[in-house]
Design a protein around this ligand. Structure first.
Ligand SMILES: C[S@@+](CC[C@H](N)C(=O)[O-])C[C@H]1O[C@@H](n2cnc3c(N)ncnc32)[C@H](O)[C@@H]1O
Length: 356
């Protein structure tokens, strides 16, 4: 954690120095191009440009023709992408993805394509557009609910393509810290690990691959489980992981040694988190543990990553927010659990609770 914080602090310092090279108002003008840059990156993914560019240099006009795009607009978009360090363009109009833009490719080993497309989506922009109302009236309803009159989970149910892209975005983000999550906790060598709201099973698969004697239970919304089945089968884990359709706010029925909730609590208000934890507690055998994984955010200690994640939770989730380990332990105690150890994986906290 210290290394990650130091690297981010250094980067912030260098960016601050770079801003000082120009007048503050010029730096601020550049700052306000942030929305355009996010949209640009999203367009490179959703138009197919990033994948068509691949890993070599290509003539921009050829790529536009191949994808059936307007040549003129493609050149202008790629020019802005070059100015934003996503691509490099030479004087002959040949373009290649730059270091920053390479993970926009869907076949990049650390691809961020779905995450970028999700962040750049109109849905996400609309939710953020409502933060002004939240400032005046309080966090709830969420920005998303103010814009669409439903929760993002209901929205994804009604827009399965966007739901699938979000699921893939979660997988991409989880993969970035997978080894750290797998190392950060003494997952049992045998027995059962239950991932509650575990998406398609990315984390569970990584843990089980390192714990050959253990089995898994994946509790998820039914619409996610089909994709989970395909994913777990592709990893040769379909037989070791039971998939169970379950509702975080319904009865959770799973006997396990460890229950993982990754990026679940930060989606919800304190009251909803107590409800979820009580429901998990109700199925936990004595001596079993619950482990929550979220970004670590301390009050009055803004962090370049966790504070922005907190803003995202404010915009898109009902009562969602990032918390400190003490706050999570408080929620666990309210749900009848005993506070356990706190560990860290990158900027994430891994907070344990024990069922006595
Ligand atoms: C932010 S994602 C985290 C997914 C996964 N744990 C990960 O870290 O990639 C939240 C997950 O909660 C699931 N979820 C939301 N509401 C739910 C509910 N009422 N019951 C069950 N799962 C739910 C979503 O389907 C989604 O996969």
């Amino acid at each position: 954690m210290a290394a990650v914080r130091t690297a981010l602090a250094l980067r912030g310092g260098v960016q601050g120095l770079a801003d000082r090279l120009i007048p503050a108002e010029a730096a601020l003008w550049d700052f306000t191009a942030g929305m355009q840059r996010t949209k640009l990156a999203g367009m490179l993914v959703t138009s197919g440009l990033a994948d068509a560019l691949g890993s070599g240099a290509r003539d921009a006009a050829d790529v536009a023709r191949e994808l059936g795009l307007s040549e003129e607009v493609t050149l202008r978009v790629l020019g802005a992408a070059a100015a934003s360090r996503l691509v490099r363009m030479d004087r002959q109009g040949r373009v290649r993805l730059a270091r920053l833009g390479a993970p926009l490719r869907s076949d990049h080993p650390r691809s961020m394509a779905s995450w970028v497309a999700y962040q750049a989506s109109s849905m996400n922009a609309a939710a953020h557009g409502e933060i002004g109302g939240q400032l005046r009236e309080g966090a709830e309803p969420s920005g998303h609910r103010r814009a669409f009159a439903n929760s993002i989970w209901d929205y994804f149910g009604e827009h399965p393509d966007e739901g699938a892209r979000f699921g893939e975005a979660m997988r991409e983000m989880t993969v970035l810290d997978l080894a750290a999550f797998a190392r950060a906790y003494p997952w049992p060598r045998e027995g059962v690990i239950c991932d509650v709201g575990g998406g398609i099973g990315t984390l569970l698969a990584a843990i089980l691959e390192r714990r050959e004697g253990a089995r898994g239970i994946l509790v998820e919304a039914p619409e996610v489980l089909g994709e989970a089945e395909d994913f777990l089968r592709s990893r040769g884990l379909a037989e070791r992981v039971q998939r169970r359709a379950g509702d975080l706010f319904g009865e959770i029925d799973a006997q396990a040694d460890v229950y993982v909730l990754k990026w679940i609590l930060h989606d919800w208000s304190d009251e909803a988190c107590r409800d979820i934890l009580r429901r998990v507690r109700a199925t936990m055998p004595a001596g079993s543990k619950v482990v929550t994984i979220d970004q670590h955010l301390e009050r009055y200690r803004p962090s370049p990553v966790s504070s922005m994640a907190d803003l995202l939770m404010l915009a898109v989730c009902e009562g969602g927010r990032e918390r400190s380990p003490e706050e999570v332990h408080g929620l666990m105690r309210d749900a009848g659990l005993t506070a356990g150890r706190v560990r860290h994986a990158g900027l994430h906290m891994v907070v344990e609770g024990v069922a006595q």
